[in-house]
Design a protein around this ligand. Structure first.
Ligand code: FAD
Ligand code: 5PR
Length: 379
């Protein structure tokens, strides 16, 4: 009889790839189902903090991540183009990068760890006894089933797990464009164009540009507007006249954005009654979608993916359902406090006052999911 434990995972986003790799590295046989016909991430840029960077370090990919990412000198916040804060976050590990790059590094790590990746494989549900159902009728049995299938999770909904949902009034359209640093410098020579710059504008209308250099060549820009602003939320092509009328110094990169089809996303927070049922665990946006204000949705997805893998590995296979309940009890409060803080910022637009990377707001960024003693003070 083989003692190898087996996991079936739905969804090859940052959560699914992380848990798959961490389990395979711990001796599990792992199959990862992705409904897309190829493995790829369509998003633009992402900011990661120590909590997820520690996970990437433990997965053995941090050197590669470092080579393809950067730490901007400051996280700058401007209101009506006046600087209200420049934060260098002493003691906080943070990197900016592109999503396609992070996805590629994680996909390669998963393959290297021996994860079997099934693309074009759509999961339609799961059962608490530990089966995953795939479109076409296949029922796959596993010791552990993971729903990492995003905000519209079929695994979650098939188990009848209920949840509350909050939508913010604002939403965002995101692009990856060339840096155009020399052109920007010609327009505003005194600006440090390697900074993250959060260009807030509330009057005469709410139009905000979050400017995030992701490496030497690529810039992530996120254009935020209320969902009832037809011009500000226009896609697939942004309204260049409207955006340059408020942010004229960003013209070179806004022009680049007009060449790309954009998609407007509204912020959403989901709170589930439970993250686990029997042998099934939910992670990432399937379990805890959050507003992006503190840039921790992906970070929490990766840290919960990693701690799920370590908790499941430490468990006696017969007691896995209890171990999952205990994992949720210990880990969930950290994510929920982050969700609450992010939701509060999103609904008050409080980030426009700057200075947010201090005190309790850094709890998630400073959390170390790879430290086995992390709960000693809490339990
Ligand atoms: P997803 O990325 O949604 O991946 C789910 C995967 O499952 C996809 O590949 C999908 O195709 C697949 N799938 C779905 N259904 C099925 C099915 N039925 N069967 C098989 N496969 C399926 N986070 C940060 O940490 N830092 C940031 O700076 C940041 N910025 C953000 C900005 C915005 C505007 C938004 C909206 C979010 C931001 N986030 C950020 C959050 C982050 O993007 C998400 O939390 C993270 O990508 C969630 O990862 P996931 O793997 O859970 O889900
Ligand atoms: N931070 C990041 C981000 O992408 C967004 C926000 C904050 C990295 C939105 O895209 O506040 O909306 C935000």
């Amino acid at each position: 009889m083989s003692s190898t434990r087996h996991a079936e995972i739905a969804g090859a986003g940052f959560a699914g790839l992380t848990v798959a790799t961490a389990l395979a590295q711990r001796g599990w046989s792992v199959r990862l189902h992705e409904k897309g016909t190829e493995l790829r991430e369509q998003g633009a840029g992402i900011v990661l903090f120590g909590n997820s960077l520690k996970v990437l370090e433990s997965l053995g990919v941090i050197d590669e991540i470092n080579e393809g990412s950067m730490t901007p000198p400051f996280y700058e916040t401007r209101m009506q183009n006046v600087i209200v804060s420049d934060e260098d976050m002493p003691g906080v590990w943070w990197r900016t990068l592109t999503r396609p790059f992070l996805h590629k590094v994680l996909s390669e790590a998963a393959r290297h760890a021996g994860v079997e990746i099934a693309t074009g494989s759509e999961v339609i549900g799961a059962t608490e006894s530990g089966t995953l159902r795939v479109r076409g009728g296949e029922e796959l049995e596993a010791d552990l089933v993971v729903g990492a299938d995003g905000v519209a999770s079929a695994v979650r909904d098939s188990l009848g797990i209920r949840y509350d949902r909050w939508n913010a009034k604002d939403g965002i359209t995101r692009f990856l464009v060339p840096r155009r640093k020399e052109d920007l410098q010609r327009i505003e020579p005194d600006t440090e164009w390697d900074n993250v710059i959060d260009f807030w504008n509330l009057e005469p209308r709410v139009l905000r540009v979050l400017y995030t250099p992701a490496n030497a060549r690529e810039l992530y820009i996120a254009l935020m507007a209320p969902s009832d602003d037809k011009e500000g939320s226009a896609t697939p092509t942004i309204n260049l006249d409207v955006w340059t009328s408020i942010h004229p110094q960003l013209r070179p990169v806004l022009e680049e954005a007009t060449k790309i089809d954009g998609k407007y996303f509204r912020y959403q927070t989901n709170r589930l009654e439970q993250w686990t049922k029997g042998r099934v665990a939910l992670i990432g946006d399937a379990a805890h979608a959050m507003a992006p204000a503190l840039a921790q949705g992906g970070g929490c997805a990766m840290m919960n993916a990693f701690t799920l893998a370590t908790a499941a590995t430490a468990a006696d296979p017969a007691d896995l359902p209890d171990a999952l309940v205990e994992w949720e009890r210990l880990e969930r409060p950290f994510t929920e406090r982050c969700q609450d803080r992010s939701q509060e910022y999103a609904s008050t637009r409080g980030m426009s006052q700057g200075g947010q990377f201090v005190g309790d707001n850094l709890e998630t960024a400073l959390y170390d999911p790879t430290d086995p003693n992390r709960h000693l003070a809490q339990v």
